[in-house]
Design a protein around this ligand. Structure first.
Ligand SMILES: NC(=O)c1ccc[n+]([C@@H]2O[C@H](COP(=O)([O-])OP(=O)(O)OC[C@H]3O[C@@H](n4cnc5c(N)ncnc54)[C@H](O)[C@@H]3O)[C@@H](O)[C@H]2O)c1
Length: 254
């Protein structure tokens, strides 16, 4: 029980990596607030967590909306009494080369992936401070430091998240609030299926193509990222802050 007596908010946990993380967290004893812009998916994840014997609540919220974020944090405190962990995971996936993007696209991707992460951190900080510390894990990407073709808006925000993580880690270290990032490679989720559709390949072809990018010759599964997030959120990582854990099957070995 690596997260016993810990309460966590996980954004974007209605699906994919966030959902797998929520399940690993309750398996390790945490109470989890499932947050997703898709309320039905959030509700379904919370039910899966409870069916697995865990304690979970859910909130429908768009992380780019600060008022909605404040409501999520208040609901978490009302339900669980305190908060120790934030996992910033929700993302907007905006594909395209620069000439294909619009001001609206940029507002969307910056609103969710950058402002959304910052909103969550601002709203949880007083509650982490009230415990004398806490852990924040920001889900970044290998595209935080390598470029993917025709994926300018999303890649730009993932680079920004990596730097936000470093800045927060530095500013909050003395308060015992650790801030770390995970950098997933190609992981099989709805988002990667949408990416396959965007480049015009079938799921079968896409799994092969995206898997080719790593020396392990496969895509990763969401739980393989969840396990990294779990480590960084747990007290096992008590001296780790400002770090990025790359989980990509070796795709970015240089
Ligand atoms: N799948 C990959 O290959 C991959 C690779 C690198 C990084 N990542 C990162 O992992 C994280 C999770 O990705 P995933 O593949 O599980 O995606 P996903 O699309 O499967 O799940 C993302 C979830 O976030 C929710 N969401 C989207 N916008 C939101 C908003 N504004 N407010 C609240 N919830 C919102 C969605 O409804 C969805 O349930 C993201 O930060 C992504 O950038 C994924």
């Amino acid at each position: 029980m690596r997260l016993k007596y810990k309460n966590a908010i996980i954004t974007g946990s209605g699906a994919g990596i966030g959902k797998a993380t929520a399940l690993r967290f309750v398996e390790e004893g945490a109470r989890v607030m499932v947050v997703d812009v898709n309320g039905e998916d959030a509700k379904k994840t919370a039910k899966i967590l409870r069916d697995a014997g865990g304690q979970a609540e859910y909130q429908q919220a768009d992380v780019s909306d600060f008022k909605a974020v404040e409501r999520v944090v208040q609901a978490t405190i009302s339900s669980f009494g305190s908060l120790q962990i934030l996992v910033n995971n929700a993302a907007a996936f905006v594909f395209g080369k620069i000439e294909e993007t619009t001001a609206e696209n940029w507002q969307k991707v910056l609103g969710v992936n950058i402002i959304g992460y910052a909103n969550m951190v601002q709203a949880v900080l007083p509650h982490l401070r009230a415990n004398g510390g806490g852990a924040i894990v920001n889900v970044a990407s290998v595209s935080s430091y390598i470029a993917q073709p025709a994926f300018v808006p999303y890649n730009t925000t993932k680079g920004g998240i990596m730097q936000m993580t470093r800045c927060l880690a530095l500013d909050l270290a003395l308060e015992n609030i650790r801030v770390n990032g995970v950098c997933p490679g190609s992981i099989f989720t709805q988002a990667s299926e949408n990416h396959m559709k965007y480049i015009g390949v079938s799921v079968e072809e896409g799994r092969k193509l995206f898997g080719q990018g790593s020396p392990m010759k496969r895509m990763g599964e969401p739980v393989e990222i969840a396990n990294g997030i779990l480590f960084l959120a747990s007290d096992e990582a008590s001296f780790v802050t400002g770090a990025h854990l790359v989980i990509d099957g070796g795709a970015t070995i240089d």
